[in-house]
Design a protein around this ligand. Structure first.
Ligand code: FAD
Ligand code: UDP
Length: 376
């Protein structure tokens, strides 16, 4: 059998960046993916009916403060500036999200300046919580019960299928609270959308003579025979045949509908009320404001528990998962010749820029260890 340097499972950003880094170092690698397309969950495609670019597995906005990662993705396609601004519907009104001075003034019917708004929120918030132990305590400490009830409680129960008291505070820390009119969803200096979608970017990363790509190919035990190393960006528990049990994920269902013209006037509208069963509606054409389309494609997004045949989206990481994760990590660390990478391989929520950063570091570390003659 011909020897190749690495078998890489998964043709998302993790697998593609590792493959490219090894190939550029002169190695010969094979990338497989069970799906019939590259780009993993970042996959985009043009809608046959309207020609709108669709984010098939949910809305993806590229944002980063990592200069090298930004330069890296720009090598493989054109990114257009896109500033993500989210709205949220709650109790019959539309507000700006994340919570900012406009949200606060509109919600309380006030004309506060920044310091007055901060003082007003501080008066609502719980001052006796030093270290928030969960999502709800984090909300109580920083925004108080009114804003929490209107914008976070219902949404979070729908998104995660449990009480916010059972979720880590870190989930809420992803969102800022601003006492200014800055309503940008992300704070990073670079924000953008690939002009031709993420699929084209990942396909360009994989386009190298040292990379063989096999789509529609599910990993089978022993496939790595004849390869120097296995990089695994599939589910960590899946590699071990779920021997210790399944790590919990939330999955998403998207209900597609089309409209003439403009349905909601923005890319993403969240729904904070618990009696609305979906979490948000994405209107995809607003991700490409430089394009013009008469028709419009929208996705209503529903979150639910992930079954064995569903696509895993969000790792839950609650107490029981943490114990199971530690057991799987111990099994993974005992292996030689296999490296677990990416959002599924490490069972973490990773933004695209962090995924690319970790994949670059992983491949470079692997090459350096090989050069030094150490096992990886
Ligand atoms: P994936 O993209 O999941 O790729 C893994 C690949 O492995 C898949 O293609 C899968 O088919 C394949 N695979 C798995 N098991 C096997 C097997 N046994 N055999 C063969 N192939 C296999 N990030 C941002 O920066 N901005 C955003 O706005 C953003 N929005 C998001 C919205 C949602 C709803 C979600 C869930 C995530 C979002 N992300 C966002 C995160 C982004 O999706 C991830 O950073 C990215 O997908 C990670 O890439 P990956 O290659 O690690 O994993
Ligand atoms: N969240 C919320 N209401 C909103 C937006 C977010 O309650 O309108 C909560 C929800 O629990 C979510 C978390 O804040 O999981 C982090 O928000 P983010 O936008 O980062 O969520 P993601 O990108 O993971 O969907």
């Amino acid at each position: 059998m011909t020897h190749k340097d690495a078998l890489i499972v998964g043709a998302g950003f993790s697998g593609a960046v590792i493959a490219r880094t090894l190939a550029e170092a002169g190695q010969s690698v094979t990338v497989i993916d069970a799906r019939p397309h590259v780009a993993g969950n970042c996959y985009t495609e043009r809608d046959a009916e309207t020609d709108v670019m669709i984010h098939v597995y949910g809305p993806h906005i590229f944002h980063t403060g990592d200069e090298e990662v930004w330069d890296y993705v720009n090598r493989f396609g054109v990114f257009r500036r896109y500033d993500h601004r989210v709205k949220t519907t709650s109790q019959g009104a539309v507000y700006l999200m994340p919570v900012n001075l406009h949200t606060i003034n509109q919600f309380y019917g006030k004309t506060f300046g920044p310091a007055e708004a901060a003082a007003h929120i501080a008066a609502q918030a719980s001052s006796d919580i030093d270290e928030p132990a969960n999502f709800e305590e984090q909300a109580m400490k920083f925004i108080g019960p009114d804003l929490y009830g209107a914008f976070f409680k219902g949404y979070t129960e729908k998104q995660w299928g449990c009480s916010p008291r059972d979720l880590p505070a870190s989930i809420l820390k992803r969102l800022p609270v601003r006492f200014s009119y800055n309503d940008s969803y992300f704070a990073h200096p670079h924000q953008g959308m690939p002009e031709e979608g993420y699929t084209a970017i990942v396909a360009a990363i994989l386009d190298h003579p040292g990379i063989e790509l096999r789509l529609g190919t599910e990993y089978e035990a022993g496939m790595e025979e004849g390869f120097g190393h296995l990089f695994w960006s599939g589910p960590l528990d899946g590699y071990f045949g779920y021997a210790l049990g399944r790590l919990g994920y939330r999955t998403l269902d998207f209900e597609r509908f089309t409209e003439e013209g403009d349905y909601q006037g923005c890319a993403v509208m969240n729904y904070g009320d618990s009696d609305v069963p979906f979490t948000r509606i994405t209107e995809h054409k607003h991700f490409a404001p430089w394009e013009s389309h008469e028709g419009s494609v929208c996705y209503r997004e529903f979150s639910r528990e992930c079954g064995p045949d569903d696509i895993p989206y969000y790792p839950i990481r609650m107490v029981e998962e943490k114990k199971l994760l530690a057991d799987y990590v111990a099994k993974a660390q005992a292996l030689e010749g296999v490296t677990f990478v990416g959002r599924l391989g490490s069972y973490r929520y990773l933004d695209m820029d962090v995924t690319i950063r970790e994949a670059l570091d992983c491949a470079r570390g692997h090459l350096a260890a090989q050069a030094a003659g150490s096992p990886t």
